[in-house]
Design a protein around this ligand. Structure first.
Ligand code: ATP
Length: 338
């Protein structure tokens, strides 16, 4: 059942329509990510959910309540931004307690709730420090604790990890997911990082130019892109025109064919391949790129560049530029896109 329901939402700034006809449902406890390139309207949509932006038309419902015109502080929403926005002259504990003091809770209750979230975000021992004494990751955990302490109905996170270095980012990603699951907290997360969206979300809403172009699980969006934009944004898909699909695979299709680099194999002699594997196609290695556990090859097939990802099992299997080989395509994983 839907917990957050958004119907026909539209927002413009002057003559610039940021998004229009946005519709979605989010279930209680679901983790949804708004993913898309810079400027596609993710933050404006998130801010509209928070009430920090008005909308031109449409409705936002949480449970049985229409919150479209409700003031932000009445929405029971916790929000974390990319910039931590902490009070520099307050301790960690006082930063976190701020929202509860505004609600005029009793001192003992505030202390109890602050201790609870400090434990949750693993900041025990830092209560009396000031923001400048903390690392970026710790500051963002204070911001998260401050959003959680008021026990919101919905947690909104606007690129909370993008200012942090890669190692801390991965750790905090996991921590956010663990906390979200533990509290069963309905969460909307904004990022332009495809990997981040795929590892964290129950569902991804992929946006482009003010529209949600595809909604689904990471698996669905990654393996079944509806159109060329989705294929291009989610992976390093090879996109073949109808003519190229005919030339490379002998396939007759109407639109375009999206082929993931990892669903193309190099034929090994003496090995049997199933019926879902295409007949071999000749290719010649043009160059390669080492991506850690994967080697990405550019292969010339009938004058077209095809990207092929192979697992980096051993240096002996590195194909040098100019090596001829036979490529096989996994026919189950070819995707026609518009
Ligand atoms: N307060 C504002 N006034 C006028 N235009 C705005 C305002 N906020 C956002 N915009 C415009 O709305 C569009 C979408 O911006 P938004 O910040 O929502 O995109 P985004 O997808 O979150 O991008 P990014 O990942 O770069 O933050 C942009 O063209 C931006 O210039």
């Amino acid at each position: 059942m839907s917990f957050v329901t958004v119907k026909n939402l539209q927002k413009s700034f002057g003559s610039n329509t940021v998004f229009s006809d946005i519709n979605f449902n989010i279930a209680q406890g679901e983790f949804v990510t708004l993913l898309g390139p810079s400027g596609c309207g993710k933050s404006t949509l998130l801010r509209s959910l928070a009430g920090l932006n008005s909308v031109d038309t449409g409705e936002i419902w949480v449970g049985e309540q229409n919150i479209t015109d409700l003031a932000p502080q009445k929405r029971d929403i916790g929000m974390v931004f990319q910039s931590y926005a902490l009070f520099p002259n307050m301790t960690v504990a006082n930063n976190i307690a701020f929202g509860l003091k505004m609600k005029k809770l009793h001192k003992d209750e505030i202390a109890k709730q602050v201790a609870r979230v400090i434990e949750l975000v693993e900041l025990k021992g830092k209560e009396n420090q000031h923001p400048h004494q903390l690392s970026g990751g710790q500051r963002q955990r204070v911001a998260l604790a401050r959003a959680l302490v008021v026990q919101p109905n919905i947690l909104l996170l606007d690129e909370p990890l993008s200012a942090l270095d890669a190692r801390i980012r991965k750790h905090l990603r996991q921590q956010i997911c663990d906390i979200q699951k533990e509290l069963n907290l309905t969460t909307v997360f904004v990022t332009h990082d495809q990997e981040e969206a795929m590892t964290m979300s129950d569902r991804i809403f992929l946006m482009n130019e003010g529209s949600i172009v595809q909604q689904g699980s990471a698996e669905q969006i990654y393996t079944q892109p509806h159109n060329e934009f989705v294929a291009g944004f989610m992976g390093n898909y090879n996109l073949l025109s109808a003519q190229q699909a005919q030339d490379v695979l002998g396939m007759s299709i109407k639109n375009k064919l999206a082929i993931r680099p990892e669903s193309i194999y190099v034929r090994e002699s003496g090995r049997d391949y199933g019926a879902h594997i295409s007949p071999p196609t000749q290719g010649i290695i043009k160059n390669h790129q080492l991506l850690g556990n994967v080697i990405r090859y550019q292969v010339d097939v009938k004058g077209y560049d095809i990207t092929v990802d192979l697992l980096n099992r051993s240096s002996e299997r590195l194909f040098a530029t100019g090596t001829p080989l036979e490529l096989l395509f996994n026919l189950n994983e070819l995707q026609q896109v518009s």
